[in-house]
Ligand binder design. Structure first.
Ligand code: PLP
Length: 353
């Protein structure tokens, strides 16, 4: 059993000291699931692994960074934290703040946050505000708020967030015994791709575990890094990556260029297709944004990326749990048939008679 929580598991790689109060919910140590049926359905020999970050305590990878951010905030004597969020940062900040006995304030873009995430932030007792604007507006407001008032910012521009999130790369290398050949990951505010690249590099410097090519994926309607300019009015059903001006833009570009990788865009239709394949073929339910990584694999297969290395080891990060966005899951499917409470009717409707 690895120690509980990423700070204890990887303490020597993190900026914590003996006096840092560790605020943890035993995050990390998430499953790395081989996806053989997915590979078969894609008609390829890739060795695909799903890093299922939906298994973190609040259902997304944000918990890896939040245990660091709240521990360091507690060490500094902070009483309150604030974030702008497409939902998962809010849920995570609210949970870890509750655990630390701090107040959390979260700013959500009105109407653009999946239901499960809102329910979490409320349940954990955060002060939840819906901003009449998009995520980028909310993030600017939070920055201004922190300049003026004594409250700690816990978005991924807080450097401790990135430090915590790099532990995802450590876990992958520890489990595979080496770095994958390719690392596929959704890109929103671009903190996570920045963090994974840092984690792979730090481990490689120590253990010569190798380095993957970093393959980041935005949604077509919210693809500022692909376009090379901010998107004023981003659109995608994958709300977790509906961001027009990523805070860690430079980190994402460095990860791409230093690793010989790529940042591309996939359509909402491709995202939904990958999302359905993951749950129906592998029994792994993630939220739509997470499926952008697998949509990226499908696209890359089509573009011939793996021609040189058809049996490459490919890791896809599934950033958040499917239950975060139950409305989307239901919308993608046929309506549930209502049947009389009678055996013949049930058997016939079930297709077993
Ligand atoms: C936050 C988030 C992302 C985007 O991560 P960034 O670090 O902002 O690029 C992707 N998927 C999910 C589920 C998220 O919560």
């Amino acid at each position: 059993m690895p120690p509980a929580g990423v700070i204890e598991r990887y303490r020597s790689f993190l900026p914590v000291g003996p006096a840092t109060p560790v605020v943890t919910l035993s995050e990390g140590s998430t499953p790395l699931i081989p996806a053989r049926r997915l590979a078969a359905a894609l008609n390829c020999e890739l060795r695909i692994f799903l890093k299922y970050e939906g298994m973190n305590p609040t259902g997304s990878f944000k918990d890896r960074g939040m245990t660091m951010a709240l521990s360091k905030a507690a060490e500094a004597g902070a009483r309150a934290v604030v974030c702008a969020s497409t939902g998962n940062t809010a849920a995570s900040a609210a949970a870890y703040a509750a655990r630390a006995g701090m107040r959390a304030v979260v700013l959500l873009p009105a109407g653009s946050v999946a239901l499960g995430k809102v329910s979490q932030a409320l349940a954990y007792g955060a002060r939840v505000l819906a901003v009449e604007g998009n995520f980028d507006h909310a993030l600017q407001l939070v920055r201004d708020l922190c300049d003026r008032f004594p409250i700690t910012l816990v978005n991924s521009i807080n450097p401790f967030r990135i430090e915590g999130q790099k532990t995802g790369a450590f876990e992958i290398v520890d489990e595979l015994g080496r770095a994958p050949d390719f690392h596929f990951i959704p890109v929103g505010n671009a903190g996570n791709i920045t963090a994974y690249w840092r984690g792979y590099r730090e481990y490689d410097a120590l253990k010569t575990s190798g380095l993957p090519r970093m393959m980041g994926w935005q949604a077509e309607g919210a693809a500022p890094i692909v376009l090379g300019r901010p998107v004023a009015d981003p659109h995608t059903l994958a709300t977790a990556i509906k961001i027009g001006n990523p805070a860690s833009w430079a980190g994402a570009v460095a990860a791409r260029d230093e690793s010989g990788g790529h940042i591309g865009a996939v359509s909402d239709d491709e995202i939904v297709e990958a999302y359905k394949m993951l749950s129906r073929l592998e029994g792994v339910f993630c939220e739509p944004a997470s499926a952008a990584s697998v949509a990226g694999v499908v696209r890359s297969l089509r573009d011939g990326l793996f021609r040189e290395n058809p049996r490459a080891v490919v890791v896809c990060v599934l950033t958040g749990h499917g239950l975060k966005d139950p409305e989307r899951a239901i919308k993608n499917c046929d309506a549930i048939p209502t049947v009389p409470a009678a055996l013949e009717a049930v058997a016939s409707a079930a297709g077993v008679s």
